[in-house]
Design a binder for this molecule. Structure first.
Ligand SMILES: NC(=O)c1ccc[n+]([C@@H]2O[C@H](COP(=O)([O-])OP(=O)(O)OC[C@H]3O[C@@H](n4cnc5c(N)ncnc54)[C@H](OP(=O)(O)O)[C@@H]3O)[C@@H](O)[C@H]2O)c1
Length: 270
Protein backbone atom coordinates (compact mmCIF):
# COMPACT_ATOMS: atom_id res chain seq x y z
CA UNK A 1 0.00 0.00 0.00
CA UNK A 2 1.34 3.47 -0.84
CA UNK A 3 1.71 5.88 2.06
CA UNK A 4 -0.93 8.66 2.28
CA UNK A 5 1.97 10.98 3.12
CA UNK A 6 3.72 10.16 -0.15
CA UNK A 7 3.72 12.87 -2.83
CA UNK A 8 5.24 10.91 -5.71
CA UNK A 9 4.19 12.41 -9.03
CA UNK A 10 2.84 15.59 -7.43
CA UNK A 11 4.17 19.03 -8.32
CA UNK A 12 4.54 21.82 -5.76
CA UNK A 13 5.29 25.55 -5.95
CA UNK A 14 6.88 27.04 -2.81
CA UNK A 15 7.39 30.80 -2.47
CA UNK A 16 10.18 32.25 -0.34
CA UNK A 17 12.07 28.98 -0.59
CA UNK A 18 15.70 30.13 -0.65
CA UNK A 19 16.12 29.90 3.14
CA UNK A 20 14.30 29.44 6.44
CA UNK A 21 10.88 27.82 6.57
CA UNK A 22 10.35 27.88 2.78
CA UNK A 23 13.60 26.03 2.08
CA UNK A 24 12.75 23.42 4.74
CA UNK A 25 9.26 23.02 3.25
CA UNK A 26 10.66 22.56 -0.27
CA UNK A 27 13.15 20.00 1.05
CA UNK A 28 10.46 18.06 2.95
CA UNK A 29 8.21 18.04 -0.14
CA UNK A 30 11.09 16.66 -2.23
CA UNK A 31 11.78 14.00 0.40
CA UNK A 32 8.09 13.02 0.23
CA UNK A 33 8.50 12.53 -3.51
CA UNK A 34 7.14 15.77 -5.00
CA UNK A 35 8.70 17.72 -7.85
CA UNK A 36 9.26 21.27 -6.67
CA UNK A 37 9.42 24.75 -8.16
CA UNK A 38 10.94 27.41 -5.87
CA UNK A 39 11.08 31.19 -5.88
CA UNK A 40 12.59 34.14 -3.95
CA UNK A 41 13.96 37.54 -4.96
CA UNK A 42 17.71 36.92 -4.75
CA UNK A 43 18.79 34.95 -7.87
CA UNK A 44 21.80 33.40 -6.08
CA UNK A 45 19.58 32.15 -3.26
CA UNK A 46 17.14 30.63 -5.76
CA UNK A 47 19.94 28.99 -7.74
CA UNK A 48 21.51 27.51 -4.58
CA UNK A 49 18.17 26.18 -3.33
CA UNK A 50 17.23 24.71 -6.72
CA UNK A 51 20.62 22.97 -7.03
CA UNK A 52 20.57 21.69 -3.46
CA UNK A 53 17.04 20.31 -3.80
CA UNK A 54 17.01 19.16 -7.40
CA UNK A 55 14.18 21.63 -7.96
CA UNK A 56 13.52 24.24 -10.63
CA UNK A 57 13.70 27.89 -9.61
CA UNK A 58 12.75 31.35 -10.79
CA UNK A 59 13.96 34.56 -9.14
CA UNK A 60 11.50 37.39 -8.61
CA UNK A 61 9.21 39.04 -6.12
CA UNK A 62 5.78 37.65 -5.32
CA UNK A 63 4.69 41.30 -5.28
CA UNK A 64 5.13 41.29 -9.08
CA UNK A 65 2.04 39.82 -10.78
CA UNK A 66 4.09 38.98 -13.91
CA UNK A 67 6.48 36.90 -11.79
CA UNK A 68 3.62 34.83 -10.38
CA UNK A 69 2.34 34.18 -13.90
CA UNK A 70 5.81 33.15 -15.09
CA UNK A 71 6.26 30.92 -12.05
CA UNK A 72 3.05 29.04 -12.80
CA UNK A 73 4.09 28.78 -16.46
CA UNK A 74 7.49 27.37 -15.45
CA UNK A 75 5.95 24.65 -13.26
CA UNK A 76 3.59 23.66 -16.06
CA UNK A 77 6.30 23.66 -18.73
CA UNK A 78 8.77 21.68 -16.63
CA UNK A 79 6.44 19.27 -14.88
CA UNK A 80 3.03 19.50 -16.61
CA UNK A 81 0.88 20.01 -13.50
CA UNK A 82 0.50 22.01 -10.24
CA UNK A 83 -0.88 20.00 -7.31
CA UNK A 84 0.40 21.96 -4.33
CA UNK A 85 0.94 25.66 -3.66
CA UNK A 86 2.71 26.79 -0.49
CA UNK A 87 2.40 30.55 0.03
CA UNK A 88 5.32 31.17 2.37
CA UNK A 89 7.08 34.39 1.26
CA UNK A 90 6.22 37.33 3.51
CA UNK A 91 7.43 40.63 4.88
CA UNK A 92 7.36 41.71 8.55
CA UNK A 93 7.68 45.39 7.55
CA UNK A 94 6.78 48.12 8.38
CA UNK A 95 7.88 47.43 11.98
CA UNK A 96 6.73 50.06 14.47
CA UNK A 97 3.59 51.73 15.81
CA UNK A 98 0.74 51.90 13.30
CA UNK A 99 0.40 55.66 13.83
CA UNK A 100 3.82 56.03 12.16
CA UNK A 101 3.18 53.50 9.39
CA UNK A 102 4.10 54.73 5.92
CA UNK A 103 1.11 54.06 3.61
CA UNK A 104 3.30 52.64 0.83
CA UNK A 105 5.02 50.18 3.13
CA UNK A 106 1.66 49.20 4.69
CA UNK A 107 0.32 48.55 1.17
CA UNK A 108 3.42 46.52 0.33
CA UNK A 109 2.82 44.30 3.39
CA UNK A 110 -0.65 43.53 2.08
CA UNK A 111 0.62 43.02 -1.49
CA UNK A 112 3.23 40.45 -0.40
CA UNK A 113 1.37 38.79 2.48
CA UNK A 114 -2.22 38.71 1.17
CA UNK A 115 -2.59 39.67 -2.48
CA UNK A 116 0.29 37.54 -3.79
CA UNK A 117 -1.04 34.32 -2.19
CA UNK A 118 -4.45 34.99 -3.78
CA UNK A 119 -2.93 35.70 -7.21
CA UNK A 120 -0.80 32.56 -7.15
CA UNK A 121 -3.80 30.41 -6.21
CA UNK A 122 -5.79 32.06 -9.03
CA UNK A 123 -3.08 31.08 -11.53
CA UNK A 124 -2.84 27.52 -10.23
CA UNK A 125 -6.64 27.19 -10.20
CA UNK A 126 -7.03 28.36 -13.78
CA UNK A 127 -4.09 26.38 -15.10
CA UNK A 128 -4.65 23.05 -13.36
CA UNK A 129 -6.45 22.80 -10.03
CA UNK A 130 -10.00 23.70 -11.10
CA UNK A 131 -10.04 20.58 -13.27
CA UNK A 132 -7.67 18.21 -11.46
CA UNK A 133 -7.79 19.33 -7.82
CA UNK A 134 -4.98 20.28 -5.47
CA UNK A 135 -3.94 21.53 -2.08
CA UNK A 136 -2.89 24.98 -0.89
CA UNK A 137 -1.05 25.74 2.36
CA UNK A 138 -0.64 29.35 3.47
CA UNK A 139 1.95 30.22 6.10
CA UNK A 140 0.35 32.57 8.64
CA UNK A 141 1.62 33.22 12.18
CA UNK A 142 0.59 32.38 15.73
CA UNK A 143 1.14 36.07 16.47
CA UNK A 144 -1.82 37.12 14.31
CA UNK A 145 -4.08 36.17 17.22
CA UNK A 146 -2.51 38.79 19.50
CA UNK A 147 -2.09 42.51 19.66
CA UNK A 148 1.60 43.37 20.05
CA UNK A 149 3.87 46.39 19.87
CA UNK A 150 5.47 47.17 16.47
CA UNK A 151 4.02 44.21 14.58
CA UNK A 152 0.67 45.75 13.67
CA UNK A 153 1.07 45.73 9.87
CA UNK A 154 2.45 42.18 9.89
CA UNK A 155 -0.20 40.88 12.28
CA UNK A 156 -3.07 42.58 10.47
CA UNK A 157 -1.97 41.26 7.07
CA UNK A 158 -1.47 37.74 8.43
CA UNK A 159 -4.92 37.84 10.04
CA UNK A 160 -6.24 38.73 6.58
CA UNK A 161 -4.35 35.75 5.12
CA UNK A 162 -5.97 33.53 7.73
CA UNK A 163 -9.39 34.69 6.62
CA UNK A 164 -8.42 34.40 2.95
CA UNK A 165 -7.53 30.76 3.69
CA UNK A 166 -11.02 30.06 5.04
CA UNK A 167 -12.72 31.99 2.26
CA UNK A 168 -10.81 30.12 -0.45
CA UNK A 169 -11.47 26.81 1.31
CA UNK A 170 -15.17 27.55 0.98
CA UNK A 171 -14.97 28.75 -2.63
CA UNK A 172 -12.65 26.05 -4.02
CA UNK A 173 -14.15 22.97 -2.33
CA UNK A 174 -14.39 20.15 -3.12
CA UNK A 175 -11.67 20.33 -5.80
CA UNK A 176 -9.02 22.14 -3.80
CA UNK A 177 -8.25 22.03 -0.09
CA UNK A 178 -6.93 25.28 1.41
CA UNK A 179 -5.36 25.31 4.87
CA UNK A 180 -2.81 27.28 6.82
CA UNK A 181 0.00 26.62 9.24
CA UNK A 182 0.66 29.20 11.95
CA UNK A 183 4.19 28.99 13.31
CA UNK A 184 5.33 30.32 16.66
CA UNK A 185 8.83 31.79 16.91
CA UNK A 186 11.16 29.93 14.52
CA UNK A 187 14.93 30.17 14.15
CA UNK A 188 15.15 31.98 10.78
CA UNK A 189 16.57 35.24 9.43
CA UNK A 190 13.20 36.99 9.54
CA UNK A 191 12.89 36.46 13.29
CA UNK A 192 16.59 36.70 14.15
CA UNK A 193 16.15 40.16 15.69
CA UNK A 194 13.76 38.59 18.23
CA UNK A 195 15.30 35.23 19.13
CA UNK A 196 18.95 36.29 18.98
CA UNK A 197 18.51 38.83 21.73
CA UNK A 198 16.35 36.73 24.04
CA UNK A 199 16.32 33.05 23.08
CA UNK A 200 16.73 31.63 26.60
CA UNK A 201 14.09 33.89 28.05
CA UNK A 202 11.63 33.11 25.23
CA UNK A 203 12.29 29.34 25.29
CA UNK A 204 11.82 29.20 29.05
CA UNK A 205 8.33 30.64 28.62
CA UNK A 206 7.29 27.94 26.15
CA UNK A 207 5.62 24.69 27.29
CA UNK A 208 7.89 22.66 24.97
CA UNK A 209 10.97 24.53 26.19
CA UNK A 210 12.53 25.62 22.90
CA UNK A 211 11.93 27.92 19.97
CA UNK A 212 10.96 26.29 16.63
CA UNK A 213 13.21 25.06 13.85
CA UNK A 214 12.16 25.39 10.17
CA UNK A 215 11.76 21.59 9.95
CA UNK A 216 9.08 21.68 12.69
CA UNK A 217 6.95 23.76 10.33
CA UNK A 218 7.89 21.85 7.18
CA UNK A 219 6.60 18.51 8.53
CA UNK A 220 3.21 20.06 9.27
CA UNK A 221 3.00 21.61 5.79
CA UNK A 222 3.77 18.31 4.05
CA UNK A 223 1.15 16.52 6.14
CA UNK A 224 -1.53 19.13 5.31
CA UNK A 225 -0.60 19.05 1.63
CA UNK A 226 -0.77 15.25 1.47
CA UNK A 227 -3.71 12.88 1.13
CA UNK A 228 -3.27 12.06 4.83
CA UNK A 229 -5.20 15.31 5.40
CA UNK A 230 -7.77 14.78 2.64
CA UNK A 231 -10.76 15.58 4.86
CA UNK A 232 -9.26 18.83 6.15
CA UNK A 233 -9.93 22.20 4.56
CA UNK A 234 -10.20 25.73 5.97
CA UNK A 235 -8.13 24.70 8.99
CA UNK A 236 -5.29 26.53 10.67
CA UNK A 237 -2.67 24.29 12.25
CA UNK A 238 -0.76 25.92 15.10
CA UNK A 239 2.85 24.73 15.24
CA UNK A 240 4.07 26.86 18.09
CA UNK A 241 5.66 24.75 20.84
CA UNK A 242 2.61 25.48 22.96
CA UNK A 243 2.86 29.31 22.75
CA UNK A 244 -0.91 29.73 22.66
CA UNK A 245 -1.52 27.73 25.84
CA UNK A 246 0.85 29.75 28.00
CA UNK A 247 -0.10 33.37 28.57
CA UNK A 248 3.27 34.05 30.23
CA UNK A 249 4.99 33.47 26.89
CA UNK A 250 2.86 36.10 25.19
CA UNK A 251 3.79 38.54 27.95
CA UNK A 252 7.50 37.74 27.46
CA UNK A 253 7.28 38.22 23.69
CA UNK A 254 5.45 41.52 24.23
CA UNK A 255 8.20 42.72 26.59
CA UNK A 256 10.92 41.69 24.10
CA UNK A 257 9.30 43.73 21.31
CA UNK A 258 8.94 46.74 23.65
CA UNK A 259 12.64 46.45 24.46
CA UNK A 260 13.63 46.19 20.79
CA UNK A 261 11.64 49.31 20.04
CA UNK A 262 13.23 51.34 22.82
CA UNK A 263 16.73 50.27 21.69
CA UNK A 264 16.22 51.48 18.13
CA UNK A 265 13.60 54.24 18.11
CA UNK A 266 12.14 54.90 14.67
CA UNK A 267 13.94 51.93 13.13
CA UNK A 268 12.37 48.99 11.36
CA UNK A 269 13.28 45.45 12.27
CA UNK A 270 16.17 44.13 10.22
N1 LIG B 1 10.43 32.84 11.66
C1 LIG B 1 9.37 32.97 12.45
O1 LIG B 1 9.48 33.07 13.68
C2 LIG B 1 8.00 32.98 11.85
C3 LIG B 1 6.92 32.95 12.73
C4 LIG B 1 5.64 32.96 12.22
C5 LIG B 1 5.44 32.98 10.85
N2 LIG B 1 6.50 33.02 10.01
C6 LIG B 1 6.23 33.02 8.57
O2 LIG B 1 7.00 32.03 7.93
C7 LIG B 1 7.23 32.41 6.57
C8 LIG B 1 8.70 32.25 6.23
O3 LIG B 1 9.45 33.12 7.04
P1 LIG B 1 10.94 32.81 7.50
O4 LIG B 1 10.99 33.07 8.93
O5 LIG B 1 11.40 31.51 6.96
O6 LIG B 1 11.69 34.02 6.76
P2 LIG B 1 13.13 34.13 6.09
O7 LIG B 1 14.10 33.18 6.69
O8 LIG B 1 13.44 35.57 6.10
O9 LIG B 1 12.87 33.65 4.58
C9 LIG B 1 11.99 34.38 3.78
C10 LIG B 1 12.06 33.81 2.38
O10 LIG B 1 11.12 34.52 1.57
C11 LIG B 1 11.81 35.16 0.48
N3 LIG B 1 11.10 36.40 0.20
C12 LIG B 1 10.95 37.47 1.00
N4 LIG B 1 10.22 38.42 0.40
C13 LIG B 1 9.90 37.93 -0.82
C14 LIG B 1 9.17 38.43 -1.92
N5 LIG B 1 8.62 39.64 -1.90
N6 LIG B 1 9.03 37.65 -3.02
C15 LIG B 1 9.58 36.40 -3.07
N7 LIG B 1 10.29 35.88 -2.05
C16 LIG B 1 10.44 36.63 -0.94
C17 LIG B 1 13.26 35.30 0.98
O11 LIG B 1 14.22 35.38 -0.06
P3 LIG B 1 14.62 36.80 -0.74
O12 LIG B 1 14.96 37.72 0.37
O13 LIG B 1 15.76 36.48 -1.66
O14 LIG B 1 13.41 37.23 -1.49
C18 LIG B 1 13.40 33.98 1.72
O15 LIG B 1 13.61 32.92 0.80
C19 LIG B 1 6.68 33.82 6.44
O16 LIG B 1 5.38 33.77 5.90
C20 LIG B 1 6.61 34.31 7.88
O17 LIG B 1 5.66 35.32 8.05
C21 LIG B 1 7.78 33.03 10.47
Amino acid sequence: MTSPYGLEGRVAIVTGASRGIGLAVAEALRTAGALVCVTARDPDGVRRAAEELGAVGLAGSVADPAHLRELTGLALREFGRIDIVVNNAATNQPYGPLMDADPNRWREAFTVNVEAPLRLVQHAWRAWMSEHGGSVVNICTEGAAHVGPNVGAYGTSKAALLHLTRQLAGELAPKVRVNSVSPGLVRTEMARFVWESAEEELAAGLPLGRIGEPEDIARAVVWLASDAADWITGADLLVDGGTRVRAAHTATAYAVHERLRSRAPGQGAP
